[in-house]
Design a protein around this ligand. Structure first.
Ligand code: PMV
Length: 311
């Protein structure tokens, strides 16, 4: 059995969401894949992209301390929590193969994607299909256990798919016209550069900015407008406007700004997505000028991923 799981971008409201304002997140078709198959007496995990393997006895999994297992930690924690939640004492073993197209540590939710994929694969393997609410909750528990602290943004967006509004760490699905509008949008996620700082560090730096609340209020107004627009041109302009405000929080970099400028000039609009300090830019593509856009981006030595919303 194979489970394909999306990743996510924040369209508006990163950092503001830490202070009780809204953020709008979208699930995208840049995916990870979890394959599960039956294996007698053992649990085997293969991280195909890293060429790493781990073998465990069936009786080891339920008391395992995932944090001690490096790159396997999310996967092990997801297996353990799923088995415990479903009250399953594993008698049959399984092999899990994980592959991912999602760049890591750049705000696209690569670990949440694998976590949710493993939760779904393990529960289905034991014929115990879980509801989305249960999957999202388990995913959040896993991220909290592994990271110490977590936000629901990644695990919820990746579970429920489509568009979500996140406020006070609670997800709300946005349906209707806005979702339909975004379904017809073409995006590029551009991996610009490695992040120089972790999310927590960037959040702490933003906390010291005196005028941050004014900026968050402006971002919230942008979200109000974005939820109502029906033109890609307008939507793109709002993305770029959100980026201008993120710049004032000092979380952008010269290279991110350059890519955002290209995205705004040759596309409908662009902004950094996630905590900043490097990482990724999301561009709303103008199909009529896509060739020029790609040509300009290719001069910047970046990785480009074509994306659409997944619902
Ligand atoms: O870690 P990232 O890049 O997905 O960013 C998270 C967004 C922040 O608002 C900066 C932090 C948060 O917890 O919401």
């Amino acid at each position: 059995m194979i489970v394909e799981t999306p990743s996510k971008v924040i369209l508006f409201g990163e950092h503001a969401v830490v202070y009780g304002y809204r953020a709008i997140a979208m699930a995208i078709d840049l995916t990870s894949t979890v394959e599960i198959k039956r294996l007698d007496n053992k649990i085997v995990l293969n991280l195909n992209d890293l060429n790493k393997s781990l073998r465990l006895n069936l009786d080891e999994i339920k008391d395992i301390e995932p944090k001690n297992f490096g790159d396997f930690k999310y996967c092990l924690c997801a297996i353990k929590n799923t088995l415990n939640y479903l009250d399953i004492e594993p008698k049959i073993g399984f092999e899990i193969n994980i592959s991912s197209k999602i760049p890591v540590s750049c705000g696209l939710g690569s670990s949440a994607s694998i976590t949710i994929g493993v939760i779904k694969a393990v529960s289905r393997f034991y014929d115990r299909e879980l509801k989305d609410d249960e999957i999202a909750k388990l995913g959040y528990t896993v991220e909290r256990e592994v990271q110490g602290k977590a936000s629901v943004t990644d695990t919820s967006t990746i579970t429920y798919k489509g568009i979500l509004e996140i406020k006070n760490n609670k997800p709300k699905k946005i349906k209707g016209k806005f979702e339909e509008f975004l379904k017809n949008c073409k995006f590029l996620v551009v991996y610009v550069e490695d992040r120089k700082k972790k999310t927590a560090e960037l959040v702490n730096e933003v906390a010291k900015i005196e005028y941050k609340d004014e900026i968050f209020k402006e971002i919230d107004k942008i979200i109000d407008k974005a939820l109502k627009v029906d033109s890609k041109e307008e939507f793109g302009k709002l993305m770029t406007k959100n980026h201008e405000l993120l710049k004032r929080l000092n979380i952008s970099t010269p290279k991110i700004d350059r890519v955002v400028d290209i995205g705004s000039k040759f596309g409908f609009g662009a902004k950094l997505t996630g905590a900043g300090g490097g990482g990724c830019v999301i561009i709303l593509v103008d199909e009529n000028r896509e060739k020029e856009l790609l040509k300009e981006l290719n001069k910047e030595n970046v990785k480009i991923f074509r994306c659409k919303m997944v619902s």
